[in-house]
Design a protein around this ligand. Structure first.
Ligand SMILES: [Fe+2]
Length: 206
């Protein structure tokens, strides 16, 4: 058994919370009839982009690593299949909201609620079952391989949005915990350049 403390899931949990926060904001603006704002549209485009990167990185660089570690354990393998299936279920719900935002759709609020419920169930399932499985099966080196992969995928340009997006509206204690999990130069860049630039985007403003 690995030392669970050697795998730090802070960034994973913080990203999940940022997805939940964005859909809460989307639901509120849709219910208020303000979904036409260009800043809402920009918030939605960024949400989709962040979710795509997150799910693609998990599907290609994380779950295959866990799968190799649990290959003789059918129950764990079934859980990994659930993760892929749940990701696939979310895609058509994203498309339905996309369509609803682009044209007139009386049921936009219902579409957003369905997406929110489905993503919420998936994130809760992942946090309850798959993240503990990561902790108990991956070596710190394998986990580092995944985090290196997601950083390469994001690049510095991606990080410049990802970091301030995660801390947007976050509780001060959670903010400190998340930023402490990042390399010190990233924290400085975020404070000096990324966050001020991100704020000017005014994502989700109506
Ligand atoms: Fe995740």
């Amino acid at each position: 058994m690995n030392d669970p403390e050697q795998i730090d899931l802070t960034v994973m949990y913080a990203a999940h919370d940022a997805f939940r926060r964005d859909l809460e904001r989307l639901e509120a603006v849709v219910e208020a009839g303000r979904a036409g704002s260009p800043h809402v549209r920009a918030g939605w485009e960024n949400f989709k982009h962040q979710l795509h990167i997150h799910h693609t990185a998990e599907d290609t660089a994380l779950w295959p690593r866990v799968e190799r570690a649990v290959r003789r354990r059918p129950q764990d393998l079934a859980l990994l299949e659930d993760m892929a299936d749940e990701h696939a279920l979310i895609d058509p719900l994203l498309a339905a909201v996309d369509d609803g935002l682009s044209g007139p759709a009386d049921d936009l609020a219902a579409r957003v609620r369905e997406l929110r419920a489905s993503l919420g169930r998936h994130l809760a399932h992942e946090e309850m079952s798959a993240l503990p499985l990561i902790r108990s099966t991956l070596t710190p080196k394998e986990w580092a391989g995944f985090t290196a992969d997601i950083r390469a995928r994001q690049g510095i340009k991606g990080a410049a949005v990802f970091v301030p997006w995660v801390v947007d509206g976050i509780k001060p204690t959670d903010r400190s915990r998340f930023l402490a999990a990042l390399p010190p130069p990233v924290r400085v860049l975020n404070r000096v350049t990324w966050e001020p630039r991100y704020r000017r985007l005014r994502l989700w403003a109506v």
